[in-house]
Design a protein around this ligand. Structure first.
Ligand code: NDP
Length: 501
């Protein structure tokens, strides 16, 4: 064989041994979504023009292109929505038999299943989360919540034996932008099942799926005024919270706003549940199954770009495990695909807004400045839109801002420990208490740890698992009250002893 031929065959043998596999583009079509130019407020079963006369734009954070104009509800609009909710409560909803209320909830749940693709694509367009998450997590779980609470609507007397469960009345619900549709489902389903009527305020950057849900509610022929949806920014939420004819406030969002709300309704007799921020510890012991733990860590912090209140944003690793874990984690980060959220292969989509991106950048810069060591994989980011690379920090001390403050982005702070007691001490060393993860082969250790963790949810050898039957909520500055499960009905019911009425 000539030298050239030998070289050629050696090269082709090498190519055969190390083929380079590229992902083909796999974009989900947006044709299924019919965007309107502008969306009014959903009050009394109709879409109406805002009395405020104001509108704002909602954009696609992956392209920065405007999607639609949305009404901004002022105090007068909020007042009309609360009046519609009160009238619907008095005239129909609260005295409707539970089995009848359930029928409407089942109808909504089935519509969500039937139109799941449309909802998922719209959720991804408006919020930037990967389509594989909105398709496989947000929508199925939203439908599941309506199904689950539909099942309870006619069984409240059995759910709370020897009590006479009565609806609280009109609920004002304020939700954030990280799981817009799912949070609407978490709020609406238990409130309606328990016989309450609702005024819901979606987040300013992600109002569109709630407005599509309003169309579904219209089609399900829910009596007018049972659900009202007022879009707008913080002041709209404020007007709802402060409205004197609202009986109960349910809020999910930042601890800062949660505190403002708590102060503003103190002494009014309004009921309150708060689901606020978190800084969860994901704890990996030396005996943990390493590959599984790596996937759990990845899911824990990079799911939904880290815009997750229960994200495992502090990784606590037992010292002997640190070297093998960090090596594998860095390798795994290199395989993560950041970019077009509508592409079915995308792992990390767009950051929800410019403001959130700036907050992440500020905290990451603080991490570097305070002496932590940063690692980011090489990856090309799209030119337009809001993006942030998956990021790891080692050499993190507990006093660093990145270990204490909620970053709400794809940023993981890694800390080591030597004993289970030290792990507990470090895990609980936070003002928050929403969730935690434990990775170990020993069941007894899981139980020992879980008993001592100040966290509303403790996952063992898994992370970010949700089920409508399982209550979720926080301790300390992560809030109070539970959503999901039987416990999720309690905030929406007066539970008088039997014979109380
Ligand atoms: P906010 O707490 O400001 O927003 C949550 C919801 O409350 C939104 O609908 C918001 O409206 C509304 N709101 C804002 N101010 C008031 C007010 N004074 N009275 C009543 N409602 C109000 O969260 P941000 O969007 O500002 O996010 C900031 C940080 O909060 C994030 O970086 C993250 O750390 C944390 N966060 C935690 C969440 C969680 O699930 N625990 C969810 C979202 C954020 P609008 O969006 O229109 O301003």
């Amino acid at each position: 064989m000539a030298t050239k031929d030998i070289e050629r065959s050696a090269t082709s043998a090498l190519e055969q041994r190390e083929p380079v596999w590229e992902y083909a583009d796999a974009p989900e079509s947006t044709e299924i979504v019919r965007l309107e130019d502008r969306y009014g407020l959903f009050i009394g079963g109709e879409f109406v023009e805002p009395k405020s006369g104001k509108w704002f734009e909602t954009i696609d954070p992956a392209t920065e292109e405007p999607l639609a104009k949305v009404a901004e509800a002022g105090p007068e609009d909020v007042d009309l929505a609360v009046k519609a909710a009160r009238a619907a409560s008095d005239e129909t909803w609260r005295d409707l038999p539970g089995s009848e209320r359930a029928k409407y909830l089942y109808r909504i749940a089935r519509q969500l299943q039937e139109r799941a693709r449309e909802f998922a694509v719209l959720e991804t367009m408006d919020g930037g989360k990967p389509i594989k998450e909105s398709r496989d997590v947000d929508l199925p779980l939203s439908a599941a919540h309506f199904f689950y609470y539909a099942g309870w609507a006619d069984k409240l007397e059995y759910a709370f034996p020897n009590r006479h469960p009565r609806p609280v009345g009109v609920a004002g619900q304020v939700i954030p932008w990280n799981f817009p549709m799912l949070m609407a489902a978490w709020k609406l389903a238990p409130a309606l099942a328990a016989g309450n009527t609702v005024v819901l305020k979606p987040a300013e950057t992600t109002p569109l799926t709630a407005l599509l849900l309003a169309q579904v509610i219209q089609e399900a022929e829910l009596p007018p005024g049972v659900v009202n949806i007022v879009t707008g920014a913080g002041p709209t939420g404020g007007a709802l919270v402060e409205h004197e004819d609202v009986d109960k406030i349910a809020f999910t969002g930042s601890t800062e706003v949660g505190k403002i709300i708590r102060r503003s309704i103190a002494g009014t007799g309004k009921r309150l549940t708060l689901e606020l921020g978190g800084k969860a510890a994901n704890i990996v012991f030396e005996d943990a199954p390493l590959d599984q733990a790596i996937e759990g860590v990845i899911n824990g912090i990079f799911f939904n770009q880290g815009h997750v209140c229960c994200a495992g944003s502090r990784l606590l690793v037992e010292e002997p495990m640190f070297e093998p874990l960090i090596g594998k984690l860095k390798e795994r980060l290199q395989t993560m695909r950041v970019g077009n959220p509508l592409d079915k292969n995308t792992d990390i989509g767009a950051i929800n807004s410019r403001a959130q991106l700036e907050k992440i950048e500020e905290l990451v810069a603080a991490g570097v400045e305070e002496g932590a060591e940063m690692y980011q994989p090489e990856c090309l980011l799209p030119e337009r839109g809001f993006w942030f690379r998956p990021t790891l920090f080692t050499n993190v001390s507990q006093s660093h801002r990145i270990a204490r403050e909620e970053i709400f982005g794809p940023v993981l702070s890694i800390i080591t420990f030597r004993t289970p007691s030290e792990a507990i001490e470090k895990a609980n060393n936070t003002p928050y208490g929403l969730s935690a993860g434990i990775w170990t082969e020993k069941g007894s250790r899981i139980l020992w740890m879980a008993e001592r963790m100040q966290a509303g949810v403790v996952w063992a050898n898994t992370f970010n698992r949700f089920d409508p039957a399982s209550p979720f909520g926080g301790y300390k500055e992560s809030g109070f009250g539970r959503e999901g499960g039987l416990q999720g009905l309690e905030p929406y019911l007066e539970l008088e002893p039997n014979g109380g009425r």
